[in-house]
Design a protein around this ligand. Structure first.
Ligand code: ARG
Length: 459
């Protein structure tokens, strides 16, 4: 039974009904619709629309309905109701008759759906913040267990300067921290209650909107009814947060795919998160990471799609807004799953530390150090740069790192080079010289791990 039959002579066409109905996807909001309805029943009771006893019966029936749905005793999707709001009302009416038909007094599905979706979004934001925190913890554990390991750092995908593997882990911790803080901001903005806005102009009943907002856990009521029923900025906020975080996850995946490649061979991914080839028996492919990288596209798609849907919509509610849900549900689910999947990948990583060290050495990253050494012996920097470059060329021809050249070989390029050059050419020396906040040295890296581990706040 539709909620609006009175004015119509004919029923909907089959095609229109299927096209218009949202129950197949908005059934996800059933618990929020029940929660909002309980809040609304209290508000209209206080406004004199329901008696105390009617409100109590409605509330109890809504609580029972919620429990049945949660237990799986009722399948919300098995109904011809138009949307989740009609479904809840129909289920209540079946049980309570006319009392249930009073619940919609002063309310519209426009303020109802806006409220339901905010309640749902708020819950999901909390779940996502937890998931982001968990990935950070998993990365901190990985960093903590591998503090000694050094690998090449890259710019332009060319070996640039050696870094601690833990420093690489911490870079992603920073990104996931920002992702979580973006959600905290979004949560604060979305936590206003549209209910009481009616269809568009506000309700005529003397509802205490402050109390209603509070009873549903909102910070305050939305202050403009037109805006309240048509605003979907909060969905965009989540989709933008999801897109940015998926971009981070995708970069993270890409780095690990490269680290795991035969060419780099810096890490080994666990069997649990890789798969084989049906043709090539030797293959072990990083599918989990490739899918994380790949699913980023869908999430960007959801953001783009809603931005386009909202553009140019006239005030206030339009049915176009029903298109806000599927993309949001999909994006949140994919993001959450990718966070969980990343955690499993992180837990499965083993470092091939000998290979990392070798690659870090092969990059001639200590050439700058050698130039600085010559400067310390009184050579002008330009000349020192030139000499160091010549030594790199010689070492390249020998297929050796600089520090493996004998002293007499080095002295061919400058007699000022002495035995004391060797310690400064060592990888650890190079890395730990970056002994500054934000640097890759052992001390600052260890300090950040400690701070974040013990929740001591940002450095
Ligand atoms: N299913 C609708 C949506 O998701 C609910 C609001 C319907 N409002 C209306 N006036 N038809 O947006």
């Amino acid at each position: 039974m539709a909620l609006w039959g009175g004015r119509f002579k004919a029923g909907s066409s089959e095609l229109f009904k299927a096209f218009n109905d949202s129950l197949p996807f908005d059934h996800i909001l059933v618990q929020q619709d029940i929660q909002g309805s309980i809040g609304w029943s209290k508000a209209i009771c206080q406004a004199g629309v329901l008696t105390q006893s009617e409100q109590e019966q409605l509330e109890q029936a809504l609580i029972d309905l919620s429990a049945k749905v949660a237990k799986g005793d009722i399948d919300v999707t098995q109904s011809s109701a138009e949307d989740v709001h009609s479904w809840v009302e129909a289920a209540l009416t079946e049980q309570l008759g006319d009392i249930a038909r009073k619940l919609h007094t002063g309310r519209s599905r426009n303020d109802q759906v806006a409220t339901d979706l905010r309640l749902w979004s708020r819950e999901q934001v909390d779940i996502l913040i937890d998931a982001l925190d968990k990935v950070q913890q998993q990365l901190l554990t990985l960093a903590e267990n591998n503090q000694e390991h050094i690998l090449p750092g890259y710019t332009h995908l060319q070996r640039a300067q050696p870094i601690r593997f833990a420093h690489w882990c911490l870079a992603y911790v920073e990104m996931f921290k920002r992702d979580a803080s973006r959600l905290v901001d979004a949560r604060a903005r979305m936590n206003q209650c549209p209910l009481g806005s009616g269809a568009l102009a506000g309700t005529t009943y003397p509802i205490d909107r402050h109390q209603l907002a509070q009873s549903l856990g909102f910070d305050s009521p939305c202050v403009n009814s037109l805006d309240a029923v048509s605003d979907r900025d909060f969905v965009l906020d989540i989709l933008f947060s999801a897109s940015t975080s998926m971009m981070h996850l995708s970069r993270f995946a890409e780095d690990l795919i490269f680290f795991n490649s035969g060419e780099a061979n810096f890490i080994t991914l666990g069997d649990q998160v890789t798969s084989g080839s049906s043709l090539m028996p030797q293959k072990k492919n990083p599918d989990a990471l490739e899918l994380i990288r790949g699913k980023c596209g869908r999430v960007y798609g959801a953001l783009q799609s809603l931005l386009v849907t909202l553009k140019g919509l006239p005030m206030a509610y339009n049915k176009d807004l029903q298109e806000d849900k599927e993309g949001l549900f999909e994006a949140v689910e994919q993001w959450h799953t990718c966070l969980l999947m990343s955690g499993e990948v992180i837990n499965s990583i083993e470092l091939n530390s000998a290979r990392c060290q070798k690659a870090a050495r092969e990059g001639y990253a200590n050439a700058t150090e050698l130039a600085d050494y010559l400067v310390s012996k009184g050579v002008p920097f330009r000349t020192a740069h030139e000499i160091s470059g010549e030594i790199v060329l010689y070492a390249l021809n020998q297929e050796e790192p600089i520090e493996s050249l004998r002293l007499d070989e080095l002295q061919q390029f400058s007699p000022l080079i002495e035995q004391d050059v060797y310690p400064i050419l060592e990888l650890e020396y190079l890395v730990d010289k970056r002994n500054i906040l934000g640097g890759t040295g052992k001390a600052p890296v260890g300090e950040i791990i400690h701070k974040y581990r013990h929740n001591l706040g940002a450095a």
